[in-house]
Design a protein around this ligand. Sequence first.
Ligand code: ATP
Ligand code: MG
Length: 277
Amino acid sequence: MFEWTDIQKQRLQELGATKEQVEVVFDDSAARNKAYQTLESSLVSRGREKLLDFREIIKRPALLELESKLVKALTDARFSQVVTPILLSKGLLAKMTVTEEHPLFRQVFWVDDRKCLRPMLAPNLYYILKDLLRLWPHPVSIFEVGPCFRKDTQGGEHMQEFTMLNLVEMGLPLESRPGRLKELASLVMDAAGIDDYSLETEKSEVYGETLDVVSGELELGSGAMGPHVLDQAWDIDVPWVGIGFGLERLVMVSEGFASVLRAGRSLTYLNGIRLNI
Ligand code: ATP
Ligand code: MG
């Protein structure tokens, strides 16, 4: 039995071959190499067609299209959008208990000895919410969507720079939290066009326990509830719910991509289509 060579397999995956196309086996190497020529060239033609479609019709990457849909869905649901700095101070990170001993600390990109590229949106949202809770009627519902950075192990599910959506609702009745968290998860999944997902309880290094939104084996989002020990650092003492989603992972699932790299900021892919074709 002959499988694709590693090089053939890699090229076919980059061109977006299906799982079945990647896993097929042959009686001999001549048959395999002939099949490779045919499949590779048909995938290249398909890629070129898709690129032309992108130029003529689609015009915007799925990642940004999703962001627009989410902004619409959330503002329609009375959430206000905020935009906060990408450069984060060491002090704000420490308020999330992410200090030297913390596993996430090693994943942080430092710009200088006091500032890093934010690995998450939560510290900034906490910072703003402390004031908004004083200034606005409750519940206070806000969200941010924007770049985050982590030295995560590379692979099909992680990028070093990715796009996070974090939505938070603070000052809501204690007993309404689990239901509200589910409602908000479903609002985001609807906007992303994903209906096959589940909610699972997981352990988290930052929040203790999270309610994760999962598709197959892949974590799409992590939800948390307060009052929470982290709230004290910001003098926040109202009940809350919040969820953080990775937009590239949402696109990966809705588009059926095998790797998150196809969905994100890239020099090799344009809207998931390989450019070296
Ligand atoms: P994982 O366990 O999959 O590494 P995580 O639990 O560390 O993810 P969270 O801190 O919960 O991630 O971040 C919220 C969401 O952000 C995740 O559910 C995921 O969708 C997304 N995310 C986190 N890290 C990355 C990354 N390196 N690349 C792409 N998306 C990411
Ligand atoms: Mg998580």
